[in-house]
Design a protein around this ligand. Structure first.
Ligand SMILES: [Zn+2]
Ligand SMILES: [Zn+2]
Length: 263
């Protein structure tokens, strides 16, 4: 499986991804925003795009569909529940579906609500698994729930699905928010030396060169995957005493998300 990340260089800091079969050169584009950019990147790599996948219905993840489809006649895939909003969807997806790209790539569809109610992540299995997680999991952060989302559902997705994937899973999010999110982790957990080191590295890198993290690393630096951490809980209680001395993980997640909204 070949992965080409394409930095959109926009204010929302989107990433697009080409996922290609090394044998046939067939490719799937994840979340096209700037169609011309996606088509140029595919051309440069000698890939032919045959499928478009939208992780969810927000415009910054679907805007390039029409341009890619008209240039390539690709099929459009999205969560069945988002298909009506997106329009032009050829294949509505559900949990457990498998997407094939060329001869060698298979991607499992995860149904991952929270950022919106109809959001999919793609999981490539194997020795070096890869997760394309849209606006669900970010580097050191979690998607917001402002536009059709639900923090309780996002919590369920994190705990019951994403956190259970192998630590070696490479994380490919829909946006580049690494430094900002690491700063939030440090605000919540000032003694986290892994986050401090990662922030220093993130400040020194250009977004187009952003490091690809693994889930194992996320568990060390992402506050939304550290819901049992005593330091995070103690500091959260200063702000929200009502959560009590032994808050459940859901309450910690939801309050962290609430704080991050205005942080
Ligand atoms: Zn979104
Ligand atoms: Zn987005």
């Amino acid at each position: 499986m070949l992965i080409e990340r394409i930095w959109a260089a926009n204010s929302l800091r989107n990433f697009h991804y080409l996922i290609a079969c090394a044998e046939t050169g067939e490719a799937l584009i994840v979340d096209p925003l700037n169609a011309a950019q996606c088509l140029a990147a595919a051309r440069a790599r000698g890939f032919s795009i045959t499928q478009v996948l939208n992780t969810h219905e927000h415009r910054d993840h679907t805007e390039g569909n029409a341009g890619v489809v008209s240039a390539t006649r690709s099929k459009v895939l999205a969560h069945a529940g988002a298909a009506g909003t997106i329009g032009g969807v050829d294949r509505g997806l559900a949990r457990g579906d498998v997407i094939k790209v060329g001869r060698t790539v298979e991607l499992e569809v995860l149904d991952t609500p929270g950022h919106t109610r109809s959001h999919v992540c793609l999981l490539a299995h194997g020795a070096s698994p890869a997760l394309f997680c849209g606006d669900t999991l970010f580097n050191a952060g979690a998607g917001n729930c402002h536009n059709g989302g639900d923090p309780g559902l996002l919590y369920e997705t994190f705990v019951n699905q994403l956190a259970r994937l192998p630590d070696a899973t490479r994380v490919y999010p829909g946006h580049e928010y690494m430094a900002r999110n690491l700063a939030f982790t440090l605000d919540r957990e000032p003694g986290n030396i892994d986050a401090a080191g990662a922030l220093e590295a993130a400040m020194a890198q250009k977004p187009e060169d952003a490091r690809v993290t693994t889930l194992g690393e996320e568990k060390r630096v992402n506050a939304f995957l550290r819901l049992q951490n005593p330091g995070i809980i103690a500091r959260l209680r200063e702000r929200f005493p009502e959560i009590g001395e032994k808050p459940d993980a859901r309450a910690v997640f939801v309050k962290l998300r609430e704080l991050r909204n205005s942080w």
